[in-house]
Design a protein around this ligand. Structure first.
Ligand code: GUN
Length: 285
């Protein structure tokens, strides 16, 4: 069997088609969607992600602000800026790119963002709301993954779903969304004893590990749906995911490629959350 390729660029384009019209409608009512992206330091991958987010805003007709700080900036300066953005009516979404430098308390920074502008969904209040099945903002990467299932008509009820990775950004919210969609969910991580046992049972396998081509064909149940959240740079500069795509596509029924899979969907869902945040403010005007 050769898997169906779940094309993130095509799905992103389909979803983004309506964003510009919605943004213009909001602008006409005085609420053009606005996103502030805060970047601290010089992590090259973060620089690329932030640039892509700001460019996506421009293409969708959103206002955006990129705020960059040197790696040794004082955390208080960043907290002060967040307070300013919280009060700025032109800004509906605030995103602080992670990871932050080591001298930062990342949780304190995320908690400083007004929950109604937390388009990443990382504020404790929003994490709690998601856990209770009443999400205000769904974290962008797992939200994008759920859109693949929705678009491909994959019903998760009763399916065995295995997530590899337990990060706050992907693994944990991903598990919660799969659970709410009716899957039986297992979260595997670096201390999982028999990873193969778990992955080979998975009808849906989500890899969010951060290790190139970690998931091999023998780890995948024939016919499984495989979602690759990894973005790893190989020594030659080429991008690859956490899944050995060439081998696994011969076993899986559906698979996301890297690049062109989950990546474009993460940014798309950031735009969706920012639009949603702007639309909610209109209800309060
Ligand atoms: N770093 C890696 N992924 C993300 C994300 O989705 N949001 C933020 N803020 N930082 C990240």
């Amino acid at each position: 069997m050769t898997a169906k390729i779940l094309d993130g660029n095509a799905l992103a384009q389909k979803l983004r088609a309506g964003f510009k019209t919605r943004a213009e409608a909001l602008a006409a009512q005085g609420a053009r969607p606005g996103l502030a992206v805060v970047l601290v330091g010089e992590n090259p991958a973060s620089q690329v992600y932030v640039r892509n987010k700001v460019n996506a805003c421009a293409q969708a007709g959103f206002h955006s602000e990129k705020i960059c700080y040197p790696p040794d900036v004082s955390p208080q300066a960043v907290l002060d800026k967040i307070a300013e953005l919280n009060a700025d009516p032109a800004i509906h979404g605030i995103l602080v790119q992670l990871p932050l430098p080591k001298h930062f308390d990342a949780d304190a920074v995320l908690e400083a963002i007004a929950p109604e502008k937390d388009v990443d969904g990382f504020h404790a209040e929003n994490v709690g709301a998601l856990m209770q099945g009443q999400p205000r903002f769904i974290p962008c990467t797992p939200y994008g993954v759920m859109k693949f299932f929705e678009d491909a008509g994959i019903d998760l009820r009763g399916r065995e779903a295995v997530v590899i990775g337990r990060s706050n950004i992907v693994g944990k919210p991903m598990a919660m969304l799969l659970l709410h969609a009716g899957a039986t969910v297992t979260v595997c991580h670096s201390q999982t004893r028999d990873l193969l046992f778990h992955t080979r049972r998975a009808d849906v396998l989500v890899a969010a590990i951060g290790r190139p081509r970690f998931v091999t064909a023998e780890m995948v149940k024939p016919g499984a749906v495989v979602i690759d959240v990894g973005i790893n740079r190989l020594p030659g500069g080429k991008l690859c995911g956490d899944v050995d795509f060439e081998a696994v596509k011969e076993v899986a029924s559906a698979i996301t490629p890297v690049p062109g899979g989950v990546g474009p969907m993460t940014i798309t869902m950031l735009l969706a959350n920012t639009l949603e945040a702007a639309e909610r403010t209109l209800g309060k005007m």
